[in-house]
Write a protein that binds this ligand. Sequence first.
Ligand code: NAD
Length: 423
Amino acid sequence: MAGIVVKNELNVYESADARFEVAAQKLSLEEGIYKFLKYPSKEITLYIPVKMDNGTFQVFIGYRVLHSRVRGPGKGGIRFAPDVHLDEIRALAAWMTWKCAVVNIPFGGAKGGVICDPNKMSRTELERLTRRYTAELSEWLGPERDVPAPDVGTGEQAMAWVMDTFSMHVRQATTAVVTGKPIELGGSRGRREATGRGVMICCDRAIHRLGMKRDACRVIVQGFGNVGSMGAMLMQKAGYKIVGVADIHGGLYSEKGFDVPALMDWVHTQRKPLPDFPGGGAKMSQQEVLFQPCEILVPAAVENQLTSQNAQRVQAKILCEGANGPTTPPADDILEGKGVFVVPDILCNAGGVTVSYFEWVQDRQGFFWRESEVNERLQDVMESSFDEVVQYADTHKVTNRIAAYMLAINRVGTALKLRGIYA
Ligand code: NAD
């Protein structure tokens, strides 16, 4: 099913939109519904003044895009990175709508971001930036309106600041306004590992389908942050062999496999560059690692890693997309031609938002679940969603990615028709 045409392959909004177009056409969506779902519901640009530690003021540009609230409140992370762009946030917001619909949880889609380099800012500067960003958005956010979460460059601490700032504005402790919080503040057990665990569950399903065994699977993981390192750690524990790893500083490959907990200690506790890890492996660039021999490739860093320029070099049999948008539409065609089994991002990395949903439920109930309960429910959601997508792909003779979009768009479209358009 070749041939999604995009003008600028590396514009993620164009990529997301092109896939939406294909799925919408296959579903024969009515014109009105199609238009409603194609465009975001609201977009805001913020100019955020922050007092820096040296006493000067700096103004940061930030965004929040609400794509859809048709099936529930907006849901989506906040990204702090130097290359944040409105088109990227738009694409990520739409992906959240489709992702929540693929795993059938009652949320819409949203995303936020601030152009900044968190690695070059102090903790106090980051706190002031996060608080002012939240304060500016205080009328937009809320447990029934729009619920942020962490993304690249933000984590539990930033979510605690979001919760506190919002609570100060509404004058009541409101834990359910944000997910990915520390456990002590209404966070969920299992949230930290959730996206990586979801990736592993998808890998398990994929190898089962292809008749492969965990201990015969070499895995390469690009990105060693929340998703990549947790995914690698859980997969190694489960019996997979992690032969390739990479982060922003570079990559390592070793046929012998890596000791992932030792690597996590090196990178996260000792804060040393990943490529200097003393546990062996050949040094290479963070891109080159993607093309080394393996059975499973897990891009879990940033967008546009597999493109028309390099997808031919992928050696994996299975691509499990931990990151959002790591593969461009032309790369999809190449991978399809090579027979690579693709678990698309809006399914593969949905474990995070699924446990975010569990966190929101627990916060609203004021009743918290055991970690085993969280993991069991996550397993149920991921397995049934995987099976639904793959079955849909078989029935409709489309790729797994287009199947996931079709399933999601159909769910949101049906909800929209039932609600009708308020006039
Ligand atoms: P993170 O900030 O914790 O980690 C990002 C990792 O990617 C770091 O190891 C960083 O060094 C590495 N990296 C950055 N640029 C790179 C590059 N050019 N090449 C190689 N490595 C690079 O972020 P995260 O939360 O793990 O998110 C990673 C991806 O997963 C993003 O696409 C994000 O949108 C997606 N995602 C995250 C979650 C979640 O729960 N955290 C959920 C769903 C999807």
